[in-house]
Design a protein around this ligand. Sequence first.
Ligand code: CA
Length: 517
Amino acid sequence: MRTILFLLGILPFLHAQHRPNIIVIMTDDHAKNAVSIYGSRINTTPNIDRIGREGAVFTRGFVTNSICGPSRAVHLTGTYSHINGTVDHSSTRFNGGQWTYPQALQKAGYHTALIGKWHLGSIPTGFDYFSALVDQGEYYNPRFIQPGGDTIRMQGYTTELINEIAIRVIDSVRSSPFCILIHQKAPHRNWMPSPKHFSLYDSADIPMPENFYDDYAGRSKAASEQDMEVRNLYLSYDLKLFLEEGEAEPGSGGSERFKQQAKAAWERDLKRLTREQREAWDTYYRPISDAFYKNRPTGTALEEWKYQRYIKDYLRCIASVDDNIGVLLDHLLQKGILDSTVIIYTSDQGFFLGEHGWYDKRFMYEESIGIPFLVRYPPLIAPGTVRNELMLNLDVAPTMMDLAGLPVPDSLQGRSLLPLLQPSHPWDWRTSVYYHYYEYPHGWHKVKRHYGVRTERYVLIHFYNDIDEWELYDLWTDPGQMHNRADDPAMADIRASLTEELNRLRIQYRDTDPDPR
Ligand code: CA
């Protein structure tokens, strides 16, 4: 009898343990190289770092298809792109009728909400509430799609607005546990900072990566034929210059078609600003533009000027994200729910910050496929936990099920991270990851289709479609992926075993059709 009473007494406690609140903060294109807990040389992110410092830092987190919408679909469904159907942006829209973890949590009694970027072409499903940015979203005075399909426009800076809405939603939940997805637009192109951060980094020169002037020697044609070089960014739309009368956009910016519209698109962005915002904007950016035209740099000076313009605005957008995470953490602390809430910080993929001379992502190279992944939840995770296992965005959905105490469906292709949040070492954790990118020849940036395998030490990539070329890198001796050793006789045995592993993964994940589109 005493035992039964004891069990009845701890049941609510056990239940609560199985149903924590969950907040997933996902930014758009935030590279690990711009997060200080990952050793950034170029900025600090104290509030983002706090999540990892007081919880777990995953040092080898990757995506399976490095591009916004498809990565988000993997995150929601726990399945690869060829299974969930969203392989790229141009030709597919997300099927919201399929299994997703927000739907499963909602059915299990969670209050679910999505605030911010959706970018999957369909109306969000599985949420009790959503406020979703239209398409890519705007940095200032953004439009949000509401449940029921109405669109509202809110005045302010998008990063702050998304945080404010999320806090209101958190405050409105009464009894059930909640799962809130806070999906920031920042720091996605075209990197429009808040006036609060205009002058941040003004007195600094941000160091350029060593391989900024990469000549792509020895690599496949994919590396040299892409269109994502910092030196080709649009002067107006990307770098915020006020073009001179009649001046055409130089460079290509990733799309020859958009090149014709870039100047007009930039003018539309500026027209969205309120008078006050526009005054603040012109006060900061007009002198930069005037100085450029007065003493127009050329050659490497021009390339370096473009890098500084690009990277500073990118980092300023991240500064707003970090500030607002501080506001959110403080709010949860004041409400007394900080420690009973699982908080995840991640990005939909990585980003090139000048490595190989690039911005953007897509390639199966470390800067693009690597993601920050931090988890704070003191009841389960000891502060200072560091995990070096290979984890994937594919693992998020099964992890959510596990956190909520729900069974993980067999159809999911990822694996719950819960064992890695505790001091255990699962003997059968994955030792290789599989990747597949599809958006070519359509879409932006001309990155050729490819798939590949990454192990602890090596990466083997096959570029296909209009070429048939292989790249192989030893990450221990060549972390910057500058020396393709696919045809190096000394690597023949390693290439053979990687090819075997690649074929095994393609069968395991049922991706044997090279062109499922
Ligand atoms: Ca993205």
